[in-house]
Design a binder for this molecule. Structure first.
Ligand SMILES: Cc1cc2nc3c(=O)[nH]c(=O)nc-3n(C[C@H](O)[C@H](O)[C@H](O)COP(=O)(O)OP(=O)(O)OC[C@H]3O[C@@H](n4cnc5c(N)ncnc54)[C@H](O)[C@@H]3O)c2cc1C
Length: 448
């Protein structure tokens, strides 16, 4: 610790109060070890130094952006050092012509888009946590979000990375061009690696032209089945919505909307074509239309209540359990055509287990976030929540989907991953981990 203090000065923290603040993330997973200290690196050179020091001393390093993770990706499983990237937060280069931006890992996604808007481009990956989530955390979690139905997730938007492996080597991966075939695609390997292979110190992200305009609507439904069937119809009509998000009745009411299932549906388009888009959408879906929006800003405003899902779920839980509730947000994905079956199986599962269920999510790409809660300290409630998570994973895998769409594996889904991948695939992954991180010091105990 003396060496860290000498190197990082007042950017090394061992104050217990601060350390405890950095020890929790947004998920209900709790740390099983306490941090030895916290450092805020400000340069690649410092990150290389830190990892070499950790390698020599065998000290685990837990990288952290804003700790908004929902699968136990950041929590400490052994005593170690938290490396917070919040002070490496500069946009280094914006190149709208070549469609890329170079950023440090601590840049928050919303701040990035505020900067990019000046150039008429944007970074499309838009998690609900966009105001806090950092580039480094989004890269490492392979994050998705509201615009996934059209634009996919982080793995579709990272062109290049600088990352420091568990050996302390600085790798410069990928490129700044829209195409490049420079050997194995290690960039893709790092995206979604949850801080277990290397610490991201710089990212080259692809950017897209800001759409000229958008058309959006809110549609109401009395039952979930009708809503998800409409989403399937939209996709079957070969429309890639900019967003297709939904809230359940209680969640809609909690964010100030009518208490029914609410579909938020938006399509990006050219100026002047909005009304035609809206009439096409209205011709496809069967829900009751309660609001329409024309224009990019207006469509984003219409989507705003959906961003309050997390707060709405906390409010609903607090009504039942006061401050003793523990919220469990799940993240499964199925092929869009299987959404009706998935939705009804999720509801049946919650009923069978007798757990509360809150629904909402990014249905446009087949991603559901079924959420439940239990009273803190209630072992039966915690057990049922785990059974719920496991049951959801089984539904996803049986329907040809995945146990995690975007939140990652962390500590929460290590067992579930075995449901989805065969042992040989896991063996190869473990071997890869040992190449990049032979001493197992980078975010240990995650994923496997
Ligand atoms: C209200 C709410 C809404 C959310 N909505 C979405 C959503 O719509 N879509 C979605 O995908 N996720 C969502 N999330 C989950 C989470 O916000 C995202 O995964 C986000 O990208 C995490 O960013 P972060 O900066 O908080 O990363 P952290 O939580 O701090 O870290 C995430 C992972 O990245 C690693 N990491 C962080 N920085 C680095 C680095 N520089 N190098 C290497 N590894 C690093 C960490 O070790 C950890 O494994 C939501 C969370 C909340 C609380």
């Amino acid at each position: 610790m003396k060496e860290l203090r000498r190197k990082f000065g007042d950017r090394f923290i061992d104050d217990e109060a601060v350390l405890s603040l950095y020890s929790r993330e947004a998920s209900f997973e709790v740390p099983s070890a306490r941090p030895l200290g916290l450092v805020y690196p400000v340069s690649e050179e410092e990150v290389v130094w830190l990892v070499k020091w950790a390698y020599e001393s065998g000290t685990p390093i837990f990288a952290q952006g804003s700790a908004t993770s929902l699968s136990g990706n950041t929590v400490l499983t052994r005593p170690g050092i938290i490396a917070s990237f919040e002070k490496m937060n500069k946009v280094l280069e914006v190149n709208p012509t070549d469609s890329y931006v170079v950023v440090q890992p601590g840049v928050r996604l919303e701040e990035l888009n505020i900067e990019l808007a000046r150039y008429g481009v944007f970074f499309p990956v838009d998690p609900g946590s966009v105001r806090s989530a950092t580039v480094g955390g989004a890269v490492a979690n392979g994050a998705g979000g509201m615009r996934g139905a059209k634009y996919g997730t982080m793995r579709d938007w990272v062109l290049g990375l600088n990352a420091v492996t568990g050996r302390g080597d600085l790798l410069r991966l990928g490129c700044r061009t829209l195409k490049c075939r420079n050997g194995y695609d290690l960039v893709r390997l790092f995206v979604g690696s949850e801080g277990t292979l290397g610490l991201v110190t710089e990212a080259v992200l692809r950017v897209a032209p800001l759409p000229e305009s958008a058309a959006a609507l809110l549609a109401r439904y009395d039952d979930l089945g009708a809503l998800v069937k409409d989403v399937v119809k939209i996709r079957a009509n070969r429309i890639w919505p900019l967003f297709a998000e939904f809230l359940g009745p209680a969640e809609s009411e909690a964010v100030g909307l009518e208490a029914s299932y609410t579909l938020f549906l938006g399509v990006d388009t050219n100026k002047g074509a909005e009304e035609a888009v809206l009439s096409k959408l209205k011709g496809i879906i069967g829900g009751r239309i309660s609001e329409e929006a024309v224009g990019w800003e207006q469509a984003m405003e219409l989507l705003e209540p959906r961003r309050r899902l997390f707060a709405a779920q906390v409010a609903i839980m607090q009504k039942q359990l006061g401050d003793e509730g523990v919220l469990v947000i799940e993240d499964i994905v199925v092929p869009v055509s299987k959404l009706p079956e998935a939705a009804s199986r999720v509801v049946n599962l919650a009923e069978r287990l007798g757990v509360p269920l809150s629904l909402g999510g990014h249905v446009g790409d087949g991603n559901l976030h079924p959420t439940t809660w239990f009273r803190r300290g209630d072992p039966e409630g915690a057990k049922k929540a785990r059974e719920f998570i496991e049951g959801l994973g089984k539904i996803a895998v049986e329907l040809g989907g995945s146990v995690s769409a975007e939140h990652g594996i962390g500590t929460l889904k290590r067992d579930l991953l075995k449901l989805e991948l065969d042992p040989l695939a896991l063996k190869y992954m473990r071997e890869l981990k040992s190449i990049f991180d032979p001493r197992g010091i980078l975010n240990p105990d995650k994923v496997f």
